[in-house]
Write a protein that binds this ligand. Structure first.
Ligand code: ADP
Length: 373
């Protein structure tokens, strides 16, 4: 198993970025000063909007791109300038890279042939992978890859990668081409396999739910920068800023502009007195952004919130009331059997409230991870 460390990694595509990038992104590096350590056998997800640098980060770890500044270390060994074929990384991308005329089994065995491994060794690991990939995988690897469906090809590609026993396993949106049902099944298979073989893994996705499911920790990126790297609980309860706060969690956190006056916050027709610690946090400010998750409200009195529609989710035993406060969308969780209504009255539960700077959007206050975890 390998520990992967990125030290102040910057990658700038320079002129080329000028041609492809959005206007406001011109000249910015694809990766800027990335600092992260991925522990032995840890699975991490990298998530963020398109163009934020996820693939570039993966390529820098693989050696397909080199950092302009900073270092990449595997177990404290500097691999920054080492070519990909000497790094011992396994990669699976969105478009599968199988050798089309070989049977699936040939794909798995190819590595052993070129590396002159023994027949027994090949049989043994191929069997181990097939065991994990479960019922049906044996059949898949006996077929020519161009006769396999997209999902089947991707499963073979992942199997082939694991058979090679990589130091680090890198996956870039490996299942985003599959339909929803197959995606769910395949991501469970992948996770099972990674747990079994304990390979240090970096998993890139733009899908928040998938990132949460796959990763022991999640790295949230934006515009070439690492905004935050932590467990789901870290990101959910202690987001570093408004971007991370609204990126993680379903339904997304509601962000409401609030006026500060002394130790009170004003929103719509409500003036809420703040508890002393929050009053101290906002002292000297005239406005803040109040972040509230759907489950963070007391319902019954407080600000008048017009309700646009209600969404009942029986599996969550909840109804979501969607409305507006101070011109922004707000979602409030209600009991599943709450009657339909055109307005509700809401007050934040202060132990569940988040406060952000009105200008730079950094977190001023977060609830912290509850003791019960
Ligand atoms: P993501 O994987 O998050 O969508 P990428 O790492 O692919 O993001 O891209 C990050 C930024 O670098 C984007 O602005 C993209 O246009 C630019 N970029 C990526 N690859 C190249 C390249 N080969 N040449 C020039 N610019 C690139």
């Amino acid at each position: 198993m390998v520990k992967v460390e990125l030290r102040s990694v910057t990658r700038n595509y320079g002129v080329q970025l000028e041609e492809t990038a959005l206007k406001e992104d011109k000249g910015r590096p694809a990766l800027e000063n990335i600092q992260m350590t991925i522990e032995h056998g840890e699975i991490i997800s990298i998530v963020g909007p398109s163009g934020c640098g996820k693939s570039t980060l993966l390529k820098v770890i693989a050696g397909l791109e080199f950092a302009d500044k900073g270092q990449v270390l595997f177990n404290d060994y500097d691999v920054t300038r080492i070519e990909p074929q000497h790094r011992g990384v396994g990669m699976v991308f969105q478009d599968y890279a199988l050798y089309p005329t070989m049977k699936g089994k040939g794909n798995l065995a190819y590595y052993f042939e070129v590396h002159q491994r023994t027949e027994e060794e090949m049989q043994q690991r191929t069997k181990e992978v097939a065991d994990i990939m479960g019922v049906g995988f044996d059949l898949l690897i006996g077929q020519r890859t161009d006769t396999l469906s997209g999902g089947e090809q991707q499963r073979v590609a992942i199997g082939r990668c694991i058979v090679r026993d990589p130091y680090v396993f890198l996956m870039d949106e490996p299942i985003s081409n599959l339909d929803a049902k197959l995606r769910e099944r395949t991501r469970m298979e992948i996770k099972k396999m990674l747990r079994k073989f304990k390979v240090t893994t970096v998993y890139v996705t733009h899908d928040q739910q998938e990132a949460i499911f796959m990763g022991d920790r999640i790295a949230v990126m934006r515009k070439g920068k690492l905004e935050q790297f932590g467990t789901f609980d870290d990101l959910y309860y202690t987001p570093a800023n408004l971007f991370v706060a609204t990126f993680i969690g379903t339904p997304p956190m509601s962000i409401i502009s609030a006026q500060v006056s002394g130790n009170t916050l004003r929103v719509e027709d409500a003036t809420w007195e703040l508890p002393p610690d929050l009053a101290a946090t906002v002292a000297g400010r005239t406005s803040v952004r109040l972040g509230m998750r759907a489950e963070g409200w007391d319902v019954g009195n407080g600000a008048t919130m017009p309700v646009r529609f209600m969404d009942r989710i029986p599996t969550e035993q909840a109804a979501f009331a969607h409305g507006n406060l101070n011109g922004t969308s707000v979602t409030v969780i209600l009991p599943l059997d709450a009657p339909n209504t055109h307005q509700i009255h809401v007050t934040p539960r202060w132990d569940a409230a988040y406060l952000f700077d009105a200008n730079d959007e950094t977190a001023l206050h977060t609830p912290g991870i509850p003791d019960l975890f």
